[in-house]
Every structure is written in C-alpha cells, then in structure tokens.
Design a protein around this ligand. Structure first.
Ligand code: SAH
Length: 222
C-alpha cells in the first residue's frame, strides 16, 4: 500500500504507467508522455482509490462517473496534436485529470462539467497544483461553448450518440474534435478534422465511456 505522503512511491508508479501502459502501446508523442510524467494522477482520485491511481483501468469519482483509464486519456490527447498556442474545449471535466494533461500542452482549456459536486473539487485540485490556464464551468456542455468559440480542439470525455454539428461549427479551420461515438454501451473514438471547412473523420480505438447527457446527449441517460 502506498502511504498518502509517499510522493516517491507515486512517482515510481507514474513512471511505470508511462512506460508500460502508454509507451509500450504506441503513445509516442514526447510532449504527451512528458505531460503524463508530470501530472500527479493520484491527486485526482478519491482517497479510497488512491493506491490504484496509476492502474490500467478507470476508477469511480462519485456521482456515478469515472476517471478514464490512463491509456484512453493519452490516446485522445495524442490524436488532438495540441500546440502551445491552442485553445481547447473539454466537455465532461469529471476529476479534472484530462483537463490538467491538456493544460500542460495548450494555451488555455475551457472545461464544462454538469455536476457541481465534481466541478468544485476539480477546480480545487487544479488550482492547488498551480494551473492558471484552465476555466471550469458548471452546466450542460453538450452543445459546446459558442460564447468562447472558436477552439483549436474539442475533446468530449463522455459517450456521444453522434458528432454534434455545433462542436464542428465552434472549430477553427484545421481544428480537431476527439469524441467517443456509439451507443451508451460501446463506442469508438472518432477524430474529426476541419479541412477546407469540411469534416474529415478517422475512426480509432474502441472504448467505453459514461454517457453524455443534456440537450445533445443520450435521451434519458445519466
Ligand atoms: N476525463 C474525465 C472523464 C470524466 S467522465 C476524467 O478522466 O476524470 C465524463 C464526465 O462527463 C462526467 O463527469 C459527467 O458528469 C460529464 N458529463 C456528461 N454529460 C455532460 C454534459 N452534457 N455537460 C457537461 N458534462 C457532462
């Protein structure tokens, strides 16, 4: 068991996670790997699951939601190919872990979470860790954030029935969306790029996320 003050043990577990779960499975973007080496994932996990923070699976974070498996967070991040000047919209803050990884790589992350009971602790830990380039909003993010558009990248951290045209409208030319698309039970990651104003879609890994709810989410889910 890892004692709650044992920073060294967490650092060792984090380095193993990067090597065994990410690098060994094809995450090869050095900036993404460096971000995962820096962000203390255990700070984003409820105390009772902290020993498992660097394990190869999702964990409960309250409100029936989960912090995603490290590999899937890395795969989504790598596919966004973020640049230091990029503005990012994240739909589904959850624990705030993915938010921190994005903030390591981009200029600013706007993140929306529908549960204040998750948004508030996420704001707390992100502030404590010193992130000044993150804004967490509470509300329904299923239609994006038109007031602050356009974004260079949109990441949806919950399962969606389709790629919402509103997200695409909120992208700059050359912008990217990554989103798990499918049914509430099973999805695959879709990468959508805006090329000459048109959507170019690539289908990536199969995955399983909690459902996106709200106006543009799954009816009756959540
Ligand atoms: N990347 C996060 C994943 C959290 S799970 C992490 O690793 O911690 C997905 C989150 O999306 C949940 O917290 C859920 O409450 C949120 N969510 C679902 N539908 C939403 C909506 N319409 N607007 C905002 N957040 C939503």
């Amino acid at each position: 068991m890892i004692g709650s003050n044992n920073a060294e043990a967490f650092a060792t577990a984090r380095a193993r996670m990067v090597a065994e779960q990410l690098r060994a499975r094809g995450i090869d973007d050095d900036r993404v790997l460096a971000a995962f080496s820096r962000v203390p994932r255990h700070e984003f996990v409820p105390a009772e699951h902290r020993d498992d923070a660097y394990s190869d699976y999702p964990l409960p974070i309250g409100e029936g939601q989960t912090i995603s498996q490290p590999y899937i967070v890395a795969a989504m991040t790598q596919n966004l190919r973020l640049q230091p000047r990029d503005l990012v919209l994240e739909i589904g803050t959850g624990s705030g872990f993915q938010t921190a990884v994005l903030a390591e790589l981009a200029a600013h992350v706007y993140s929306i979470e529908r549960f204040e009971a998750l948004a508030a602790p996420a704001r707390g830990v992100l502030g404590r860790l010193g992130y000044r380039n993150i804004t967490v909003f509470t509300g329904d993010g299923s239609a994006g954030l038109p007031e602050l558009a356009p974004f260079d990248a949109v990441i949806v951290s919950a399962a969606a029935p389709r790629v919402n045209p509103a997200w695409f409208e909120q992208l700059v030319e050359g912008g990217r969306i990554i989103v798990p698309v499918g049914t509430p039970q099973a999805q695959e990651l879709h990468l959508v790029q805006k090329v000459n104003g048109k959507a170019s879609t690539t289908r990536l890994d199969p995955c399983r996320f909690v459902p996106l709810v709200g106006a543009e989410g799954f009816p009756g889910a959540g």
